[in-house]
Ligand binder design. Structure first.
Ligand code: PMP
Length: 434
C-alpha cells in the first residue's frame, strides 16, 4: 500500500489527538539491533527506540526465542484466577530488585494502568484524594493520571477525580527557580513543599508521585538528593512517596538501576512499564506490602502479568543484567553528553544539554535567549531523519530533543548518532541566526 494512502486512512479513522512525528510520518516495518526500516525500505539508527519500549533493541535472539517457546506451549494468556509461574517468579525478582521492604508486585499492561493502580492504593491507604505531583510531569492518559499530569498539552481532561497540588522540582531551566545552585534549589523546593502541605492541603495527602527524570517533560533532571529532602518532609505527615520509573527504570540512567537511586531514597512504591517487555506490553507497581494490601475488595487485571509478557520481561531482565547494560548506558551516555555539550555556539539554539545515562535532553531556544524554540526542535527532528537518525521531541513547549537509544548502543553507533545530531544542530543554528 502506498505510504500516502496509509497516512490518509490513519487521519480518517484515528483520533485527531494522536499526534504523529515528521512532515511525512514514518511506518516502521522492520528492526534489528539499534536499527529500524521504514515502509520505503530506508534504514534508520534509532535513538528513540519505540519511545523507550525497546530497551534492549529490536530482534534480540534470546528474547525472541523465549517468546517463541512460550507461544509453542499454546498459552499466550490465562486468567490471573489461575497460578502463572512466570508471573510469580518475575514478581519475586522485581520485589528483590526494588529494595523495598516486604515488597509486593501487581502487574498491568501499561504505565498508565500502573500509575492508576498506585493512585488507587495510596488514596485508599490514606483515605484521601489529595495528591502531590510535580509541575511539568507526565503520568499517563487515563482519568486519574491525566489529573496528575502537570503539562497542559498532555492533560486533555480538567475533570480529575483527585485534588492535585503541583510542586516545583522537575524542571528548572525556565521559571522562578532558574539559576539557583543545586543546594539552594533543593532548599527552595523543600520550603515550597512545606508551605503547600501546611496551607493548601489538609495535610492528609494520599501520596506524592514524581518521575526521577521527567520523560515527556523533556528529560528535565532534578539535582541529586531532591527527592530524599522531599521524603523527609513527607515522612513528618506519613505521606508515601511513589517513584514513576516508567522511563527511568532498569538501569537506563546508568548510575543506578532505578532513577530514584540518585536521590539516596527507597520509595514506598515504584511504577514501571515500557522497557521491561522489550516491546511486549507489561507494566506494574511494586510497593510496601502494607500499602499493596490495603485494598479490601477484590481487584484484578485481566492481561496484567500474562504468560507471554512475563516471559518477554524475564528474558529482557536476564539479558540486561547478564550483559550489564546499566554500565553500557552509563558509558555511552557520558560520551553522548560530552559530545553534545560541544554543540552549537554559545548564543545559538542550544540552551542546555542534560540527563543521565541514555536519557539525554537538548533544550532548544531562540538564538541568544532562553525562549523555547519549537521551530528549532522541528528542524532538528526533520534534519536528523533525513540523515538516517530517529530522535524524539518533548518538553512543555515541544522544544526539547530527546535521546533514548536502546541500552545495547555500541560505541560506533553513539559516534554516528552524535555526528548526525551535531550536524543537524549546526545547520539549524545557521538557519535560525541567518
Ligand atoms: N509514566 C511515564 C513517566 C511515562 O513516560 C509514560 C508514557 N510516556 C507513562 C507513565 C504512561 O505509560 P503508557 O503509555 O504505557 O500508558
Amino acid at each position: 500500500m502506498p505510504h500516502d494512502e496509509l497516512l490518509h486512512r490513519h487521519r480518517a479513522v484515528m483520533p485527531g489527538w494522536l499526534s504523529l512525528y515528521y512532515d511525512e510520518p514514518i511506518e516502521i516495518t522492520g528492526g534489528h539491533g539499534r536499527h529500524v526500516t521504514d515502509g520505503t525500505g530506508r534504514t534508520y539508527l534509532d535513538f528513540f527506540a519505540g519511545i523507550l519500549t525497546n530497551a534492549i533493541g529490536y530482534d534480540i535472539g534470546e528474547i525472541s526465542e523465549a517468546i517463541r517457546s512460550q507461544l509453542d506451549t499454546g498459552v499466550v494468556h490465562t486468567s490471573t484466577l489461575y497460578l502463572i509461574r512466570r508471573q510469580v517468579e518475575l514478581a519475586e525478582r522485581i520485589a528483590e530488585l526494588s529494595g523495598i521492604d516486604d515488597a509486593k508486585v501487581f502487574f498491568t499492561s501499561s504505565g498508565t494502568e500502573a500509575n492508576e493502580a498506585a493512585l488507587l492504593l495510596a488514596t485508599q491507604y490514606r483515605r484521601s484524594n489529595q495528591v502531590l505531583a510535580l509541575r511539568n510531569s507526565y503520568h499517563g492518559r487515563a482519568f486519574a493520571t491525566t489529573g496528575i499530569t502537570g503539562n497542559r498539552g498532555w492533560s486533555p481532561s480538567a475533570l480529575s477525580p483527585l485534588q492535585v497540588s503541583y510542586v516545583h522540582g522537575g524542571y528548572r531551566y525556565r521559571g522562578p527557580l532558574r539559576g539557583l545552585s543545586d543546594a539552594d534549589y533543593i532548599r527552595a523546593c523543600t520550603e515550597d513543599l512545606r508551605e503547600v502541605l501546611a496551607t493548601t492541603t489538609a495535610g492528609d495527602v494520599a501520596c506524592m508521585i514524581a518521575e526521577p527524570i521527567q520523560g515527556v517533560g523533556g528529560f528535565a533532571t532534578p539535582p541529586d538528593g531532591l527527592f530524599a529532602a522531599y521524603a523527609e518532609v513527607l515522612g513528618e505527615y506519613g505521606i508515601p512517596f511513589i517513584s514513576d520509573e516508567v522511563q527511568t527504570g532498569w538501569g537506563r540512567t546508568g548510575e543506578h538501576f532505578w532513577g530514584i537511586g540518585a536521590h539516596g531514597l527507597t520509595p514506598d512504591a515504584m511504577t514501571f512499564a515500557k522497557g521491561l517487555g522489550n516491546g511486549l506490553a507489561i507494566g506494574g507497581v511494586v510497593a510496601r506490602g502494607e500499602l499493596m494490601d490495603c485494598l479490601t475488595a477484590n481487584s484484578i487485571s485481566t492481561f496484567g502479568g500474562n504468560p507471554l509478557s512475563t516471559t518477554a520481561a524475564t528474558a529482557t531482565l536476564d539479558y540486561l543484567l547478564s550483559h550489564d547494560l546499566q554500565a553500557n548506558a552509563a558509558e555511552r551516555g557520558a560520551f553522548l553528553l560530552r559530545r553534545l555539550r560541544e554543540a552549537g555556539r554559545p548564543d545559538g539554539v542550544v540552551g542546555e544539554v542534560r540527563g543521565k545515562g541514555l536519557m539525554i535532553g537538548i533544550e532548544l531556544v531562540e538564538p541568544g535567549t532562553t525562549e523555547p524554540s519549537p521551530r528549532a526542535a522541528t528542524a532538528v527532528l526533520e534534519a536528523t531523519r533525513a540523515a538516517g537518525l530517529l530522535v524524539g521531541k518533548g518538553g512543555l513547549h515541544g522544544n526539547v530533543i530527546r535521546l533514548a537509544p536502546p541500552m545495547t548502543l555500541t560505541a560506533d553507533e553513539a559516534t554516528e548518532g552524535s555526528r548526525i545530531l551535531l550536524d543537524a544542530i549546526a545547520t539549524t543554528d545557521k538557519e535560525l541566526t541567518a
